[in-house]
Design a protein around this ligand. Structure first.
Ligand SMILES: [Ca+2]
Ligand SMILES: [Ca+2]
Length: 246
C-alpha cells in the first residue's frame, strides 16, 4: 500500500514536467488499534506554471473523534449531520502541498473516507482524490467481546465463535452464526410432523363422540316413539273391543 502511494507520488512529480494538471492523493496507514489516532495526508500537486489557490473539502466519517485541527464544520445531509474540514490554500507552481489531519475512530472494523474535493478557485474546476479505507483492530485481551469478531479481533475471536460472523468452512466446528454450514448438522425434525397428525386424530375422536351422541339420542327418540305407538294401538283396540265394559 505504502509502495503504491510512493509510486503515485513519484508519478505526480514526474507529471509536473510533462502535463499541466491537478492531482489529489489521500493516504494513511492501512491499520490501527482501537483508541489510537490515525493521521490522514492529502497531497495536492499543482503542475501548472502558475500559483493556484484551492478550497479543499474533506467529509469526516461517522463515529470518529476529531483530534487535529480541532476546528471543524457541520452540515446536514438529509437527517445526517456531517462533520467536515474546509481549507483554503495556495500552491506554488510545479509543487506539491500536503495537508494533514488526525482523527480517533471510536469503533472496530473498516472505515472508509470518501474522496476529498478540491476546487481550483481560478476556474472553479473540481478535482477528487481516491477513496481511502483503513481498518481499526481490537486490543487483544483473550476475550471475544461484544462488537468484536473474527475480522476485527482475530486474536480473541476464534473461528467458529459466536461473534455475529459466519465462518463458512468445513473445519469440524459448527459456527452458530451460520444458517447453514457444513459442520452444523441441521435436524430434519419438524414439530409439524407431530402436531398435524395429532390434530387430525383429535378431530376424528371429537367427531366420533358427537356422532355417537346424536345416534344415541335418535335411537332413544325412536324407542320412545315406538312405545307411544304401541300404547295408542292398545287403547284403540280396547275402544273397539265389543266385550268392553262387560
Ligand atoms: Ca477482546
Ligand atoms: Ca462466528
Amino acid at each position: 500500500m505504502k509502495a503504491i502511494i510512493y509510486l503515485i507520488m513519484l508519478l505526480m512529480v514526474a507529471n509536473i514536467a510533462l502535463a499541466q494538471e491537478i492531482k489529489v492523493v489521500k493516504e494513511s496507514v492501512p491499520e490501527i488499534g482501537l483508541n489510537e489516532v490515525i493521521e490522514i495526508k492529502i497531497h495536492i500537486s499543482n503542475s501548472y506554471s502558475m500559483e493556484k489557490e484551492f478550497t479543499i473539502e474533506e467529509i469526516l466519517p461517522q463515529d470518529v473523534m476529531v483530534i487535529a485541527p480541532e476546528e471543524f464544520f457541520i452540515k446536514k445531509n438529509d437527517a445526517l449531520e456531517l462533520k467536515y474540514y474546509e481549507w483554503t490554500t495556495k500552491i506554488s507552481p510545479n509543487s506539491i502541498k500536503t495537508i494533514m489531519y488526525q482523527i480517533r475512530p471510536l469503533s472496530l472494523g473498516e472505515y472508509s473516507l470518501g474522496s476529498t474535493e478540491v476546487i481550483d478557485k481560478s476556474d472553479l474546476r473540481s478535482y477528487s482524490s481516491n477513496i481511502l479505507t483503513f481498518n481499526v483492530k481490537c486490543i487483544p485481551n483473550n476475550k471475544c467481546e461484544v462488537n468484536e469478531n473474527i475480522n476485527t479481533c482475530p486474536e480473541d475471536c476464534q473461528s467458529g465463535a459466536k461473534d455475529g460472523v459466519c465462518d463458512y468452512k468445513a473445519d469440524g466446528i459448527c459456527d452458530k452464526d451460520c444458517d447453514y454450514e457444513p459442520d452444523c448438522k441441521k435436524s430434519n425434525f419438524n414439530i409439524n410432523y407431530i402436531t398435524i397428525p395429532l390434530g387430525v386424530i383429535i378431530l376424528i375422536i371429537i367427531l366420533f363422540i358427537i356422532l355417537s351422541k346424536i345416534f344415541k339420542k335418535k335411537q332413544e327418540n325412536y324407542k320412545k316413539e315406538e312405545i307411544k305407538t304401541d300404547n295408542s294401538n292398545k287403547s284403540d283396540a280396547q275402544e273397539r273391543d265389543p266385550l268392553k265394559g262387560l
